[in-house]
Design a protein around this ligand. Structure first.
Ligand code: URA
Length: 434
């Protein structure tokens, strides 16, 4: 078999067989297929798509490209959670300690930023010393002792996805349904949890911009997960504007901590409650949504979710002092106000543009090798549907480089659309698939 022939087949709209997909993934994982050929294949898939069977075969080939983690040594029903990615999506930072504080063992594998979206590992590294590079043994021990552990994708776990994820990030091939579904589900299957709750984003800040595509992605992933014997559910949630107010690694950590103190933004708090309820239901500790949400609210009110975050940060080498004093987190040198160019209701915030502005400030990666600046980003003061007066503050921009801030500010303002007439606020939860 030759990779060249497979590229031509897919480029011309053909259907790849299971053997062909296995050959491609195994050869790429061991370095026998170069990045440039795989980039061409990703672009061919991007344009020609894959059918359900190809997507399933790709997922299984990627999951089997490395070791499959055995979590049977962890007591209880292990629940994992994954977001398809968005802007200001700091959900895992607040949600995982909330769920763990309710007694559900959280054994989670997270990723880094991709395209215009942020990643949980980058955000967690805002805690000095924090590392997700833990061994499988440490991971299992930690879930058994404190009920929560987050690991990065090791070289052993779904290594095909690790290579493909970084390649797609810089070749414009992220936003394809089959590639996203196989990327996420291969990792989730390899990471060994019994149940998986997916947060499928929809709107201008999501990889899937249209509601029907997001539902199709959600259904595809639920089908793959349940087919592989994992109890899988998906929540389709709004990403037509940033989630919460903060966008940028350390700024998002502050917002997640505020949420665990009961002082978080309403939309973000509600999303954590909705996803958390699904996790508690999967884990069998609540019998209905209402009971699950009450349990989650309680661990915020009594401080146990915040304590759980501190325990988790400590266990993974981070400085827990920042959980109680967020001024210890990375801070940008400059904070500049961005003001409204005119009065009106905010009718639209082109959400991926806000993610790109954060990337311009240094908060995301331009190339596979880029180092990111954890301190930069934005804190929005107004969201879609809000009224602003001319000159009123739309957002605070945190940056370390005045030139980059100038470019980001211009682009940020172009992401906002204003209307004279009042604008209806969009619903956060679009649907649940179980
Ligand atoms: N998250 C992933 O893990 N993979 C994708 O392809 C997109 C979002």
């Amino acid at each position: 078999m030759r990779m060249y022939d497979l590229i031509i087949k897919k480029r011309n709209g053909g259907v790849l067989s299971r053997d062909e997909i296995n050959f491609m993934i195994q050869s790429y994982t061991k370095g026998a297929i170069p990045d440039y050929q795989m980039s061409a294949m990703m672009m061919a898939i991007y344009f020609q798509g894959m059918n359900e069977e190809e997507t399933l075969n790709l997922t299984m080939a990627m999951a089997n490209s490395g070791e499959m983690l055995d979590l049977s040594a962890v007591k209880g029903i292990k629940v994992d959670k994954h977001s398809t990615g968005g802007v200001g999506d700091k959900t895992s930072l607040a949600l995982t300690p909330m769920v763990a504080a309710c007694g559900i063992p959280v054994a989670k594998m997270s990723g880094r930023g991709l395209g215009h979206t942020g990643g949980t590992i980058d955000k967690l590294e805002s805690f000095k010393g924090f590392s997700t590079g833990i061994t499988n043994e440490q991971f299992i021990r930690q879930v058994n002792t404190i009920g929560i552990a987050i690991m990065g994708q090791t070289a052993e776990l779904a290594p095909a996805d690790k290579k493909l994820y970084a390649l797609r990030d810089v070749t414009g091939t992220v936003d394809n349904m089959s590639l996203i579904a196989s990327s996420i589900m291969s990792k989730k299957l390899a990471a060994g949890a019994d149940a998986i709750v997916l947060d499928v984003k929809t709107g201008s800040g999501a990889f899937m911009k249209k509601l029907e595509d997001s539902f199709a992605l959600a259904k595809e992933m639920v089908r793959i997960g349940n087919g592989a014997g994992r109890n899988t559910r998906a929540v389709v949630s709004d990403m037509d504007q940033p989630l919460g107010f903060a966008v940028g690694n350390a700024l998002e950590v502050v917002e997640a901590i505020d949420t665990l103190k009961g002082k978080g933004p309403e939309d973000f708090t509600n999303l954590c409650l909705e996803l958390g309820a699904q996790m508690l239901l999967c884990g069998g500790v609540a019998s209905d949504e209402q009971q699950a949400k009450a349990m989650l609210k309680k661990v915020i009110e009594d401080g146990s979710a915040l304590t759980k975050l501190a325990e988790f940060v400590t266990a993974q080498g981070g400085d827990p002092a920042a959980v109680y004093d967020t001024s210890l987190l990375p801070k940008a040198n400059f904070v500049e106000e961005i003001s409204a160019p005119k009065a009106g209701y905010i009718s639209k915030i082109t959400c991926d543009e806000i993610g790109i502005c954060s990337l311009i400030l240094g908060g995301g990666r331009e190339t596979k090798e880029s180092e990111i600046d954890l301190s930069v980003g934005f804190v929005l003061k107004k969201k879609a549907g809000d009224f602003v007066k001319e000159g009123e503050c739309l957002a605070l921009m945190h940056g370390n480089d005045k030139d980059k801030m100038e470019v980001a500010k211009e682009r940020f303002l172009k992401a906002y659309t204003f209307s004279k007439a009042p604008v209806e606020k969009q619903s956060l939860i679009k649907g649940i698939i179980s």
